[in-house]
Design a protein around this ligand. Structure first.
Ligand code: ZN
Length: 270
């Protein structure tokens, strides 16, 4: 694997995003590798708990929008144009579909988050069962900048509550670790240099529990959310997300409305 590391130790599988020079921006190959790791961990009966973590300063800067990279997401048609049906199919599989798979793996999953977690990073974090945050962790989805209403796995209202989710999207502000702790988004806030160690200790403690009991506890809670409409709401928000891509294409032929350079400078400001 080129962008992700996979290790198993004492019933805990660690999946590590390892592209720190690009702030763990996700290209297509990286997403496929993450999916491959989660599938391995899911199928391995010796693994009881799965940790998702990242090397470097930031957890993830979101989707890698640099289409010149050979491993980039390539959804252009052979003639260089974009089409919504191709884009919808691709995102349904590799953004929403992968995230939904991870959310339903019948083993506890824990995200260890440091630095920035921006936009597409939330597609990785929201599906996890527990979140441990470093003191410098922030959670942000500024894609209204691109005339889009939020990322593909739009769990925001469920994770933050409706008003705070709107506030985050409208203002583009980042939710910091203390606020995340206050609202119950993260289970604990730790020093950045203790993040992996504390997360690993938590994972190993959970891994001493009965595997079937853990799976059924997770299923009971996931089912409780699903009967309240979690899955239907996510599907609906995914479709709304694509009106954003469709609208952008109708103006410029490109699925996001802002020029990349403009967006990068905005992101630096925020
Ligand atoms: Zn999208």
């Amino acid at each position: 694997m080129k962008y992700v590391r996979y290790e198993v130790e004492e019933a805990v599988a660690s999946i590590t995003l390892d592209r720190p020079q690009k702030a763990n921006a996700q290209n297509e190959k990286m997403l496929d590798e993450i999916e491959e790791c989660f599938t391995r961990a899911e199928m391995d009966d010796a693994v009881r708990v799965i940790v998702l973590r990242a090397t470097g300063k930031h957890f993830s800067a979101g989707h890698d929008l640099d289409t010149s990279d050979p491993d980039a997401v390539q959804i252009r048609e052979p003639d260089g144009t974009y089409r919504l049906d191709t884009m919808y199919r691709w995102e349904a599989r590799k953004y929403f579909g992968y995230s939904w798979h991870w959310r339903n793996i019948p083993k506890p999953t824990i995200a260890a988050v440091q630095g920035k977690a921006i936009a597409g990073a939330l597609n990785l974090i929201w599906p996890m069962d527990l979140i441990v945050a470093a003191e410098n962790a922030t959670f942000q989805d500024p894609v209204v900048l691109m005339a889009i209403g939020g990322v593909e796995y739009h769990g925001h209202a469920w994770e933050l509550g409706a008003r705070r989710a709107k506030d985050m999207l409208f203002t583009r502000r980042a939710i910091d670790a203390q606020e995340a702790l206050h609202i119950g988004l993260v289970r604990e806030v730790v020093a950045p240099d203790e993040l992996w160690e504390k997360t690993d200790a938590l994972a190993k403690d959970i891994a001493t529990q009965n595997a079937f009991g853990l799976a059924q506890a997770k299923r009971a809670i996931n089912q409780t959310l699903d009967v309240q409409g979690y899955y239907a709401a996510l599907q609906s928000a995914f479709d709304i997300h694509h009106t954003g891509h469709g609208n952008a294409m109708s103006y410029t032929g490109h699925p996001i409305l802002m020029e990349l350079d403009e967006m990068k400078s905005e992101l630096k400001k925020s």
